[in-house]
Design a protein around this ligand. Sequence first.
Ligand code: AMP
Length: 371
Amino acid sequence: MKVGILGGGQLAQMLAQAGKDLGLKFKFICPDEHACASRYAEQIRKAYDDQSAHQELIDWADVITYEFENIPTDMVRKLEQSSTLYPPSGALATAADRMSEKTMFNALGIGTADYRAINSLQDLEKAIETIGRPSILKTRSDGYDGKGQVVIRDNTNLSEAWDTLLGVPCILESMVDFDREVSIIASRKPNGDIEFFPLTENHHREGILRLSLCLDKEPLQSKAEDMVRKITEHLSYVGTIALELFQKGDALLANEIAPRVHNSGHWTQDGTNVSQFENHLRAVCDLDLVKPELLAPAAMVNLIGTLPDGEQVQKYPSSVSHVYGKSERPGRKLGHINLTAKKATTEQFEEQLVSLLELVGEDGLAKMSKD
Ligand code: AMP
């Protein structure tokens, strides 16, 4: 089968890598000269809204998918009219707007932080009276990796906070005093068959995911699965989806969905018998899904801004490096390292994780892992 992808970044790259063993062929649209996916798939080097690029993909592909969310929904909707495209544009539209997303969660009986739509400074002043401080003002759309967000603390000037986000439509959310952040990833087929990956613990710094951990099957797994089942049924979802959650005790509050393969699932390349990338392709190509099984405790450490020395990384015998071929730049995701306990004892795995976190400059997380 031939799979067309909108986007040529690392997620498209890893989809194409995973699809090789399934005998799939890939072509993607991306205007960038140095698109990560170009090492593994044919590139249509044109703008995302180029009609001739769309037509080429429609004519060539059996199914079209996408690897990022900041694509205009209208464009995806149009492509959907002339081709088989998954995940459906409705899921993209919901995920692209934090208000629609939270409204959907609540309508499905899924809890969230308290929230209000904010369209003016007056709205913000009024909402803060009920939501309180600290709280978070976020742009409704186009935010990622913590961008487009301002924390409203006791001393934050509301007018300045509102101006920082340039007066675009926003949402004010209460600050959740969570114990930890987790995510669950699932893949669903057109006939509704669904498979879930194990719940993953996530650690962010400066709004960017730094570390994902899956040490064992979690007691909250089935609660998280029920949430994803409701969401995917509601959206008639096809493909891999990620649901990001805040955990407080036994309670899970939904933060957001990503209608695509997700950074917090990269560890599945080495920690489960099937990766999120492979099951995404199986889902959108209507092939049988593989039931994910955790092979051993696993962790993923993101490589952000700079890449560590390759020789240093080889010191970790239980690790697999995945680099995206991008140039170094502060805050840029350049690759990740998956560490598993497949060929190590749990003690060796933990020691290697601490050392790896120190190597990539995540000393705070290394200390936490030690404790
Ligand atoms: P988001 O862009 O919504 O994924 O937010 C990025 C990160 O900011 C999250 O992973 C959390 O660490 C933090 N965050 C976002 N919203 C909230 C919230 N309502 N309460 C507490 N922390 C939050």
